[in-house]
Design a protein around this ligand. Structure first.
Ligand code: ZN
Length: 122
């Protein structure tokens, strides 16, 4: 009986994590089509694997593949997670810019804002 309960709990926990990751993937794919003309890489990994509490999100590129990781602690609210994802998508879009939040990154954020990305989120 105890094992069965534990198994059920593990299933629920597993589904929750999978669905979160799936949600991030859906948002990324939608944003890519709507605001980036489908130019963001389709194989970008997006998850909640960031645990450094100095950051809400981070983008890295390892062996040619982008990885967007969000810190769950700061992205519990859907609107916050969506804005963090836009922030990181602009990093992917402007990858290679020397200054972390330089002119290209800022202009990416302004452009998607002008196109309505943040409506209802901020
Ligand atoms: Zn940033």
């Amino acid at each position: 009986m105890r094992y069965r309960l534990l198994f059920a709990l593990l299933l629920v926990a597993g589904c929750q994590a999978a669905s979160d990751k799936e949600q991030l993937r859906q948002w990324y794919d939608q944003n890519n089509e709507q605001y980036f003309l489908g130019m963001l890489p389709k194989d970008t990994v997006i998850d909640y694997s960031l645990h450094d509490d100095e950051f809400m999100g981070a983008t890295t590129k390892i062996e040619g593949k982008f990885h967007i990781s969000l810190n769950r602690k700061y992205n519990l609210a859907v609107n916050v997670a969506k804005v963090t994802l836009y922030h990181e998508e602009c990093h992917v879009s402007t990858w290679g810019e020397i200054e972390q939040h330089g002119l290209r990154w800022k202009s990416c954020m302004h452009r998607i804002e002008n196109e309505g990305a943040f409506e209802g989120l901020l």
